[in-house]
Design a protein around this ligand. Structure first.
Ligand code: MN
Length: 194
């Protein structure tokens, strides 16, 4: 049985970038539904006691969609901290790798936002690390996650409309640009060095 993750902050802690209303629907309704659906779908199947990432890599159809969305949202919701926190810039080995692979932090952010803005339909834009240790940005449609391509996901932005429509309506680019102010880069670095 999978359970809903706990948020490492209060529902109103990400305002004004993400409203408490958006978070209450996105986390409390959308993610909860993916968890509940996945538990129903895997009961009595070969996936019942499998780790979540393994289900994402081995399943298809409805099980894949719900497992993928659960994994995506678990990584998404645990990568934020309030605007007032002191961890909204990458440092150390992770900053070095970003400069090495994208030229500069600004270049990385521009490319990441551009990939998120141009992703057609619903999906996710990801920063991952490949098997050679290189950082890569990928666009993933719907419930896809970079683990299915052998990548290790570090950072993501959700471009499904449910992630931003209450606060930003059709202004996806403005939402993505604003999210940098709540990214917890200590958590991203922890994932990078893990
Ligand atoms: Mn979402």
């Amino acid at each position: 049985m999978f359970t809903l993750i706990s948020l490492p902050y209060a529902l109103d802690a990400l305002q004004p970038i993400v409203s408490a209303q958006t978070l209450s629907f996105h986390y409390g309704k959308h993610l909860q539904a993916y968890v509940d659906n996945l538990n129903k779908l895997i009961a009595g199947t070969e996936f019942e006691n499998m780790p979540l990432e393994e289900i994402v890599c081995k399943s298809s159809g409805a099980i894949f969609n719900n497992a993928g969305q659960m994994l995506n949202h678990n990584l998404y919701f645990t990568q934020f901290s309030p605007v007032s926190a002191n961890n909204h810039a990458p440092q150390g080995v992770l900053l070095d790798a970003i400069v090495r692979d994208f030229g500069s932090l600004d270049n990385f952010k521009t490319e990441f936002e551009q990939k998120g803005t141009t992703l057609f339909g619903s999906g996710w834009v990801w920063l991952s690390v490949d098997k050679e240790g290189k950082l890569v940005i990928t666009q993933e449609s719907n419930a896809q996650n970079p683990v299915t391509k052998g990548l290790r996901p570090l950072l993501t932005m959700d471009v499904w409309e449910h992630a931003y429509y209450l606060d930003y309506q059709n202004r996806r680019a403005a939402h993505l640009q604003a999210l940098w102010d709540i990214i917890n880069w200590e958590e991203i670095e922890r994932r990078y060095v893990a």
